[in-house]
Design a protein around this ligand. Structure first.
Ligand code: ADP
Ligand code: MG
Length: 268
């Protein structure tokens, strides 16, 4: 069974898409079979994977509305070496159209169920809102990865997101958990950054990834070359951080799968 991670934060510009494409490419480099689902009408994950969103005739929109099978809509990110379910502006209309449909919160989950066996990881790039699209992402996932910038209002926004996650868990997807909080665009010289980062650690403890993603221009440049930074410039500081995150995530999965054997090997 695939591990399904939703990357969510209703704030825009916190690094969701950057995290998704680099995580997908990094997991693929580690030998895992990966599907990246672009669930944002902006289609940034699609473009960042080197797929032209304007020429994608069928997208996640058609899958959610039951107009096409996921197996026929998915495409390949040649640069990232993973499969992609693309998105473009058309998806903006889905929000309204989904409301009318049965199982409106479960559409993505039901679609993924058909191809889940093809993958080790499915990564979902959520839009910057707590809309029905994001709810579809949270319902389909086993866990949420929350990228956040360590700034003053970040914590305030976090409580809304955590509230939504709790409601989804109570009513729609009882297995949903927080996979981890990822500090992005981190600047160690900034005192506020450090303070917010410490607050996060004291409140969320082991849920905060050890890996810190620094502010790094290579991460911002890579999308214009249609490739994840871990492929385009693997030695850059930003790419190195995302490769470390992949290691950390794979380590956690191992621990979750076999807690006793890991514990005993640590003791040896
Ligand atoms: P979101 O998907 O949450 O809206 P993005 O991943 O698109 O956020 O990031 C917002 C902008 O910041 C993009 O232009 C992206 O290239 C840039 N960016 C993301 N992470 C970093 C980073 N660690 N360092 C520098 N720029 C970054
Ligand atoms: Mg985005």
């Amino acid at each position: 069974m695939a591990r399904i991670l939703a990357v969510a934060n209703q704030k825009g510009g916190v690094g969701k898409t950057t995290t998704c494409v680099n995580l997908a490419a990094g997991l693929s480099q580690a030998g895992r079979r990966v599907l990246l689902v672009d669930l944002d009408p902006q289609g940034n994950a699609t473009m960042g994977s080197g797929v032209d969103k304007r020429s994608a005739a069928r997208t996640v929109y058609h899958v959610l509305l039951g107009l096409a099978e996921l197996a026929k809509v998915r495409t390949r990110s040649a640069s990232g070496h993973y499969d992609l379910l693309p998105a473009n502006r058309e998806l903006a209309g889905a929000e309204v159209e989904l409301v009318e449909l049965p199982d409106r919160e479960y559409r993505l989950k039901l679609a993924l169920a058909e191809i889940e066996g093809d993958y080790d990881f499915i990564v979902i790039d959520c839009p910057p809102s707590l809309s029905l699209l994001t709810i579809n992402g949270l319902v389909a996932a086993q866990a949420v990865l929350i990228p956040m910038q360590c700034e003053y209002y970040a914590l305030e926004g976090l409580s809304d997101l955590v509230g939504t996650i709790k409601r989804v868990r109570a009513h729609l997807n009882e297995q949903l958990e927080i996979a981890g909080l990822l500090r992005t665009m981190y600047d160690p010289r900034n005192t506020l950054s450090q303070q917010v980062s410490q607050q996060l650690e004291s409140h969320f403890r082991e849920k905060v990834y050890r890996t810190l993603v620094p502010r790094n221009v290579r991460l911002a440049e890579a999308p214009s070359f249609g490739a994840p930074a871990v492929v385009w410039d693997p030695s850059s500081k930003g790419a190195q951080a995302y490769l470390a995150l992949v290691e950390e995530i794979l380590g956690r999965e191992l621990q979750a799968a076999a807690p006793e054997s890991v514990a005993s090997s640590e003791g040896a």
